[in-house]
Design a protein around this ligand. Structure first.
Ligand SMILES: Cc1ncc(COP(=O)(O)O)c(C=O)c1O
Length: 372
């Protein structure tokens, strides 16, 4: 038996540094970068990523919600923190007192921030969100007068005007060009430059649409060394050959048991696999409750002793089984790689019919993360 955890995540500081440095090289020194650390830093562990970012040049960080912003302060992040998606009115006093920069997306969110700021005699820093075609949160571009009045509101410090692309990860994207045009036209019309930074570019747009970078970009998935999509990766390979990202996250577990089962034995719930001949089966103490996607059942694989071992049978809540028949040395306590080496988040995402963002974000947030 080992004293190490049954399963754990390793976060590579050097890979994270490499990715930030690489993107800074692509955008040049005049463009600032906002690492996006929402959703527990895309599942990597917000405390570990914030700690890793220490000492590296960054504009500030972006989060989705108010509670995430307060968590960033609680773990000691003193730089700029922007709530990009949504906050609750009851959170405003704490957010404002903690100098959190706040998205404002309609008249009522605007009023709530103004009211709360006045109460504490603080001019809150806000970023005006424009919905240029993603249909998430934001003012519609035809609400010009409302946007103008928000920008001129003397009770606020306007830190930025921003939007978000819907299609930047795709191969051909007329819609991205249209969103960018809508954003630029509107920002010019309302005089947004008097009010802080314009920002719209996520990883895919940072790489592909230099004209969308303005002075500030929001770097999410690329920070973690993962390509936003295969299309994005292919495009970069053809056009920016020197851009190499390094995956930051690896996921490991220790084999709990190895045994040989005889022909006819059923493996896992529903006996979706029946051994045709004697099989050596390894049991891993990881299941879908850990965020190991059940869609990997009879599809995914892990790496053990530098070789691939397929997942056999259905992934259970807390356990799953792998076929180690062809890896005779495999034994209990061996370290198994669930994500890492030649098994990356993109490969897993493809097997599951999803995107790599979901693969890392759903790794149970309570599993131990170790910064290496
Ligand atoms: C508002 C906003 N900005 C930036 C990002 C970062 O996007 P990406 O991870 O593709 O770089 C996200 C992520 O979805 C987002 O919601």
């Amino acid at each position: 038996m080992s004293n190490s955890p049954r399963t754990w995540i390793e976060i590579s500081r050097s890979a994270q540094r490499h990715n930030l440095r690489t993107i800074q090289r692509v955008v040049g020194p005049s463009v600032k970068i906002m690492p996006v650390v929402k959703a527990n830093a895309y599942g990597h562990g917000v405390a570990e990523i914030v700690s890793s970012l220490r000492g590296q040049s960054q504009w500030g960080i972006g989060v989705a919600y108010g509670d995430e912003a307060l968590q960033a302060r609680a773990i000691g992040y003193r730089g700029r923190v922007v709530v990009l998606s949504n906050w609750q009115t009851k959170e405003l006093p704490e957010l404002i007192k903690n100098r959190i920069e706040l998205v404002v997306w309609d008249q009522s969110s605007l009023r709530a921030v103004v009211r709360s700021g006045k109460k504490f005699q603080i001019r809150p820093q806000v970023h005006i969100k424009i919905d240029t075609g993603t249909t998430r949160i934001g003012f519609l571009p035809n609400q010009v007068n409302l946007i103008k009045s928000a920008l001129k509101n003397s009770a606020l410090n306007i830190a930025g005007t921003f939007s978000h692309f819907a299609n930047a990860e795709e191969r051909v994207s007329k819609r991205t060009q249209e969103q960018l045009k809508r954003f630029t036209t509107l920002a010019n019309e309302v005089g947004a430059d008097g009010g802080g930074e314009r920002h719209i570019a996520c990883t895919a747009a940072i790489l592909r649409y230099p004209e969308a970078r303005f002075g500030l970009v929001r770097l999410g998935i690329g920070l973690y060394g993962i390509w936003p999509s295969q299309e994005s990766r292919d495009w970069c390979r053809a056009n920016l050959g020197t851009v190499k990202l390094q995956p930051v996250l690896s996921w490991y577990a220790r084999l709990a048991q190895v045994k040989t089962v005889s022909p006819g034995t059923g493996i896992g719930y529903g006996s979706t696999v029946i051994a045709k001949q004697a099989m050596r089966i390894g049991v891993l103490p990881v299941g879908y409750a850990d965020g190991y996607d059940r869609r990997l059942s009879n599809r995914g694989f892990v790496i053990i002793r530098k070789q691939r071992a397929p997942i056999v049978g259905r992934i259970c809540m807390n356990l799953c089984m792998i076929d180690v028949t062809k890896i005779p040395g495999a034994q209990a306590n061996d370290v198994v790689t669930l994500i890492g080496e030649k098994n990356d988040a993109a490969t897993m995402a493809e097997l599951c019919g999803t995107i790599p963002y979901e693969v890392t974000t759903r790794i149970n947030w309570s599993l131990p993360r170790i910064l290496v």
